[in-house]
Design a binder for this molecule. Structure first.
Ligand code: NDP
Length: 449
């Protein structure tokens, strides 16, 4: 069986040159499913590994738009429709200059496992563009979003493919894209995008869902090891959607969040981060995190100068990487462990390098893996879709209660699968095993398609 695994990994490396993030994500999953392959020897004949690692469809397209100076700019758009095995393709759109096919494929691949773990009927996809929203005027953002949707609309639909937000795409961008979709289609199809504003079909608690869900998952993981958030110090990288609401819920659970960051650097405030100020700077002013010092003179700002993020040098009990992929290197992992960290909760997708994850696990650190721990966002997106179909709204409390239940179920499923396959306490493997077996079962049931 090892031979089958090695052969497929080697084929993937050959077939996807120059796609390091995609190869990393695939190897991370395949590296943990050996016990499943040993149990299900039929997987080889059925080409399960080959099928699960090949996206159903990849769409790339030109996105031309005109900036405020009248110049024509051309960006590249992507949609990776990875798997429709258990529902319509579902996954966010990322607008960031680093976006390329490798990153889109890794995110799409992760998404199919994450969505399977939610227990809800959603397949997996991901998309975005190398457009950089930073420094753009509101009009430029609108023009870009309209041009992007003018092409994307033909590939999506509420029963086909349902995008949402991700890095650089929040309620504002979703609103502009939804408006353009509705205009082209001449129909209100509320469930075609999620992360909408409440005024036209969004779900209460969707904005908070990924961050809150992360804390629910980490809370369950700590509880399973007779521990809790109460009185713990926490560092959270990023200061976007996931980071802000993870901070809010961690504080509500009695933790003290002492550090947050953006791509330029991090702030350390030992008396506890002033989250209202962070929301003002990031959600209202769209400013930089160093502006935190304008009110809290005694906080420390450290600029990011090298490859490693300075936030992981800070001594904390719990680290929640909520910014981007590979932001926790082996060096950073070593610093965190030397400083006594007890748990890592991945809010971002694949934020730890493989070496960092291995180092944490070897040192007995609890790791809440992204595809399970940040699944609250997409789960609540599915709840938004069901509200749109019902033409009905749940209250904030109703959505949050559903989210909490889903996160508890996801944690239990990771725990049970880790125990069942002989790696108790390793929730990274547990998540992969739980999701992989569900996808393989659906794949076998649906025949060779
Ligand atoms: P946002 O755009 O709201 O925030 C991203 C944050 O991360 C910002 O503070 C940003 O700083 C920082 N960041 C982005 N890229 C880099 C980089 N290359 N290096 C250092 N810092 C960086 O995005 P989200 O909060 O929505 O997403 C964060 C992560 O969570 C992503 O990995 C995303 O895939 C994942 N995720 C998001 C979900 C959601 O519901 N939004 C659901 C599940 C996962 P700056 O402003 O300086 O760029």
């Amino acid at each position: 069986m090892n031979e089958y695994l090695n052969r497929v990994i080697s084929q993937i490396e050959t077939k996807n040159p120059n796609e390091p993030e995609y190869i990393q994500a695939v190897k991370e999953v395949l590296g943990t499913v050996k016990p499943l392959l040993e149990k299900h020897t039929e997987y080889e004949k059925l080409a399960i590994l080959e099928r699960i690692t090949e996206p159903e469809r990849i769409i790339t397209f030109r996105v031309p738009w005109v900036n405020d100076k009248g110049e024509i700019i051309v960006n590249r758009g992507y949609r990776v429709q990875y798997s429709s095995l258990i529902g319509p393709y579902k996954g966010g759109l990322r607008f960031h200059p680093s976006v390329n096919q490798s990153i889109m494929k890794f995110l799409g691949f992760e998404q199919i496992f994450k969505n399977a773990l939610t227990g809800l009927p959603i397949g997996g996809g991901k998309g975005g563009s190398d457009f950089d929203p930073k420094g753009k005027s509101d009009t430029e953002i609108m023009h870009f979003c309209q041009s992007f949707m003018t092409e994307l609309y033909r590939h999506i639909g509420q029963d086909v493919d349902v995008p949402a937000g991700d890095i650089g795409v929040g309620a504002r961008e979703v609103g502009y894209m939804f408006g353009q979709y509705k205009r082209i289609r001449n129909a209100y199809e509320g469930g075609v995008l999620t992360g909408k504003a409440i005024s036209y079909g969004g779900s209460l608690a969707r904005k908070e869902a990924t961050g809150y869900g992360l804390i629910f998952y980490v809370r369950e993981m700590l509880k399973a090891h007779q521990n809790s958030f109460e009185g713990k110090t926490v560092a959270i990288s990023g200061s976007g959607n996931v980071a802000i609401y993870a901070a809010e819920k961690a504080m509500a659970h009695g933790a003290k969040v002492v550090a947050m960051s953006d791509s330029n650097g991090c702030i350390y405030d030992p008396k506890g981060i002033d989250l209202d100020l962070i929301k003002q700077i990031k959600e209202v002013e769209r400013g930089r995190i160093c502006e935190y010092l304008r009110k809290h003179y005694d906080a420390v700002y450290t600029e990011k100068t090298g490859a490693d993020s300075p936030i992981w040098e800070i001594k904390v009990d719990i680290a929640l990487p909520c910014a981007t992929q590979n932001e926790v290197s082996l060096n950073s992992a070593k610093s965190l462990v030397a400083n006594g960290v007890i748990a890592i909760g991945e809010g971002a997708n694949m934020p730890c390098t493989q070496e960092a994850t291995d180092f944490f696990l070897e040192n007995g650190i609890l790791v809440a893996p992204a595809k399970a721990a940040n699944a609250g966002g997409v789960a609540t997106s599915a709840i938004e879709m069901s509200q749109n179909s019902m033409r009905y709204y749940y209250t904030f409390e109703e959505v949050e209660a559903k989210l909490e239940r889903i996160m508890i179920n996801i944690f239990n499923s990771c725990k049970e699968n880790a125990e069942k396959y002989g790696c108790a306490g390793n929730y990274v493997a547990g998540a992969n095993l739980a999701a992989f077996s569900k996808l393989a079962e659906a794949m076998i049931a649906q025949g060779v398609v």
